[in-house]
Design a protein around this ligand. Structure first.
Ligand code: CU
Length: 318
C-alpha cells in the first residue's frame, strides 16, 4: 500500500501565476499557498518561442490512498501520487512531450483533451511496467482534462486518474490572482483495514458520497482562497466527473467574464452560474470589491452538501 496517505499530496491549490514557465506544478499544502503574496499571475512571463518543448512525465500507480474527507481514507489510482493529478501548465503553441509510465498492476492509459492526436495510436492501454512517449502541439488555449481512458473508463476516472492542463493563450491575459479547481465525485464503500473502496455500482447509479474540489471535501471552507478587495480573480475550473455536471457559482457575486472551455475567444459577460460538463472546463473572472466571505459551490444542491463548497475570503485592499 502506498505510504502517501492522508490526502496531503492533493491538498494543493494551484496558483499558476509565477510558475507559468513550469511545465508541471506539484502539490503543496493549501495553507502555504493561499496567503497573501501568492498566486499573482506574472504577465511578464513571455510567450514561449515556437517549437518550445515542455516535457511531462506521468507515472500511473493503482495503490494510492487519499483522505478525501475526515476519517475517510479511500483506496485510489493516481497519476504522480495525487488526486487530482498535478496541474500541467503550458502556453498555446508549445510542443508537449508526454512520457507515460505505468507502475500499476493493471493496464492504464492517457488521454489529453488538449491534444489532437489519434486515439487508436496513443491513447491505448499501457501494460504494467511499460511506458510510452508521444508529443502534441497545444494548439488551442483553454482548461482541459487529461485522464486514463482504459475501459471501463468510468472506473479509472472515478478511481482518481485525472488532472487539469491549462493552456495559456499565446497573448497573455491581464494579471490576476489565479486559482485552479478540479471538481469530481467519489463513490465509496467500506473495505478492509479501515480503507474505503470505490463502489462501481454507485458510480453507475450516480449516487456519489462526495463531490469535491481538488480531491478533498470542503477543504476550502477550512482554508479559504484569500484575495484582496478590488483585485481581479481568475478561477480555472475543470470538471473531471466522471458523470455529474457542475453548476459553478459564487454566492454573493457575479462573474465579469466566463471563458467557455477556458478560451478567451469564447467570452461570456455578466454570468451568475455556468455549467461545466464532465470532461470540460472554464475560466471565470470576477473582481470582488467588498470584503467578506463568498462561497463557491456547484449550485446543483443535491450535491453541494457532499463537499462541493469552498470560500473566497476577500480582505480589505491595501
Ligand atoms: Cu487507469
Amino acid at each position: 500500500m502506498s505510504a502517501r496517505g492522508g490526502g496531503r499530496a492533493a491538498r494543493w491549490i494551484l496558483v499558476v501565476g509565477a510558475f507559468a514557465m513550469l511545465a508541471l506544478i506539484g502539490g503543496r499544502p493549501v495553507a502555504a499557498q493561499n496567503g497573501e503574496g501568492g498566486g499573482f499571475y506574472n504577465a511578464a512571463v513571455p510567450a514561449v518561442a515556437p517549437q518550445h518543448v515542455k516535457q511531462i512525465t506521468l507515472v500511473a500507480r493503482d495503490d494510492y490512498v487519499q483522505e478525501i474527507a475526515p476519517g475517510v481514507r479511500l483506496s485510489l489510482w493516481a497519476f504522480n501520487g495525487a488526486v487530482p493529478a498535478p496541474v500541467i501548465h503550458v502556453r498555446q503553441g508549445d510542443s508537449v512531450r508526454v512520457t507515460f509510465v505505468n507502475k500499476g498492476a493493471a493496464a492504464h492509459s492517457i488521454d489529453f483533451h488538449a491534444a489532437t492526436t489519434p486515439w487508436n495510436v496513443w491513447y491505448q492501454p499501457v501494460a504494467p511496467g511499460k511506458s510510452l512517449t508521444f508529443s502534441f502541439v497545444a494548439s488551442h488555449p483553454g482548461v482541459f482534462m487529461y485522464h486514463c481512458g482504459t475501459p471501463p473508463a468510468f472506473m479509472h476516472i472515478s478511481s482518481g486518474m485525472y488532472g487539469m492542463i491549462i493552456v495559456d493563450p499565446a497573448t497573455p491575459l491581464p494579471p490576476a490572482r489565479e486559482f485552479g479547481l478540479v471538481e469530481s465525485e467519489f463513490y465509496t464503500r467500506p473495505g478492509a483495514k479501515g480503507l474505503y473502496q470505490v463502489d462501481a455500482q454507485k458510480v453507475l447509479d450516480v449516487r456519489p458520497d462526495y463531490v469535491v474540489f481538488n480531491g478533498i471535501a470542503n477543504q476550502y471552507q477550512d482554508h479559504p482562497l484569500v484575495v484582496r478587495a478590488g483585485e481581479r480573480i481568475r478561477l480555472y475550473v475543470m470538471n473531471a466527473g466522471p458523470t455529474l455536471f457542475s453548476a459553478f457559482h459564487v454566492i454573493g457575486w457575479i462573474f465579469d467574464r466566463v471563458y467557455v472551455d477556458g478560451n478567451p475567444a469564447n467570452a461570456l459577460q455578466g454570468v451568475q452560474t455556468y455549467t461545466i460538463p464532465p470532461g470540460g472546463g472554464a475560466t471565470f473572472e470576477l473582481t470582488i470589491t467588498q470584503p467578506g466571505q463568498y462561497p463557491f459551490v456547484t449550485h446543483a444542491f443535491a450535491f453541494t452538501g457532499k463537499g462541493a463548497v469552498g470560500v473566497i475570503k476577500v480582505v480589505p485592499a491595501k
